[in-house]
Design a protein around this ligand. Structure first.
Ligand code: PDD
Length: 286
């Protein structure tokens, strides 16, 4: 049975879902997206992802008439039709079919292209990488400067992941002006004693939905939180490091640019926060 995807109001087998060659997402990277996790057949952090989607669209003067209830209904329908227990839902809204290649936005009222599909990930919560930890390299942050808008312009993060793979590592952390911004597709943290340090929110990083919840749970667990930039050298000397994203939850980092952190295995803070995050987000899943 082929996967059923959603395209502009229709549920279709993936082979039948077609978009225009003039679609702004395809031609200009003019599209925003969200990725949400599914555990036990339910969507995690739904409200947070919807709020960020609305913000991304507002920042780009993009319009879509779907309500939050309608978005949720589509997520649920796709999860049911594709029998997803653990996995991801990918959602993308582009500025639509411009009818031609033109730098200017198409006329107001041009309908957006709305695409959603699922990806089954049977061991999403029980990811073996969380038990051994991730190794990262650092790279200069060569992305555009509105990283707070979640656009599909992901070529540089792709290049970074390929560079990490070629170096025999798992991922890359980006550095700008001497300080770490974020990971290629995640927000990053270091741990020093009872304190978590993570870069403050600005246009320099994506405002992670997992980040917001993680910091709330960490505060509830009496941890100290410092939102400020840090360097690769400071991270290499930290007790622990980890990253967060909707698809990886809380992921320990055990090596940065060839320097092993602590004992080279995931530390207790990251492990505990991963457990809390998974418990809490399962509870609030819809
Ligand atoms: N990436 N920073 C960047 C650059 C990201 O691409 C992501 C998410 C995050 C974490 O945000 P959140 O916690 O809301 O997932 C931070 C998604 C998972 C992706 O592109 O697959």
């Amino acid at each position: 049975m082929s996967r059923i995807v959603y395209l502009n109001g229709d549920y279709l087998p993936e082979e039948e879902a077609k978009i225009s060659v003039f679609d702004r997402g395809f031609v200009m990277g003019d599209a925003v997206y969200e990725v949400t996790s599914v555990l036990g057949g339910k969507v995690l952090e739904f409200e947070g992802h919807m709020a960020r989607l609305e913000r991304s669209m507002n920042e780009l003067e993009m319009h879509c008439d779907l309500t939050r209830d309608e978005w949720l209904a589509i997520h649920r329908e796709l999860i049911a039709r594709n029998g997803i227990d653990e996995g991801l839902v990918y959602l993308q809204v582009s500025r639509g079919n411009a009818g031609d290649r033109d730098f200017h936005y198409p006329p107001e009222g041009t309908p957006p292209t709305v695409v959603l599909y699922t990806q089954a990930k049977p061991n999403l919560a029980d990811d073996p990488k969380a038990k051994v930890g991730i190794k990262v390299i650092s790279l200069p942050d060569l992305r555009w400067h509105r990283r707070d808008i979640k656009t599909v312009q992901l070529l540089y993060p792709s290049m970074a992941k390929m560079a990490a793979e070629k170096a025999g590592k798992n991922d890359a952390w980006f550095v700008e002006g001497g300080y770490v911004t974020e990971g290629s597709s995640n927000n990053v943290y270091i741990v020093k004693g009872n304190k978590i340090v993570t870069r403050h929110l600005s246009e320099d990083i994506l405002h992670g939905i997992t980040r917001a919840s993680l910091l709330k749970y960490a505060a509830e667990a009496q941890m100290e939180i410092e939102e400020r930039p840090f360097t690769i050298e400071e991270a290499q000397g930290a007790d622990e490091a980890f990253f967060t994203s909707a698809s990886a939850f809380v992921m320990p980092v055990v090596e940065i640019d060839g320097v092993t952190l602590g004992a080279g295995s995931p530390g207790p803070v990251a492990a505990r926060l991963r457990e809390i995050y998974l418990d809490e987000s399962r509870k609030s899943a819809v």
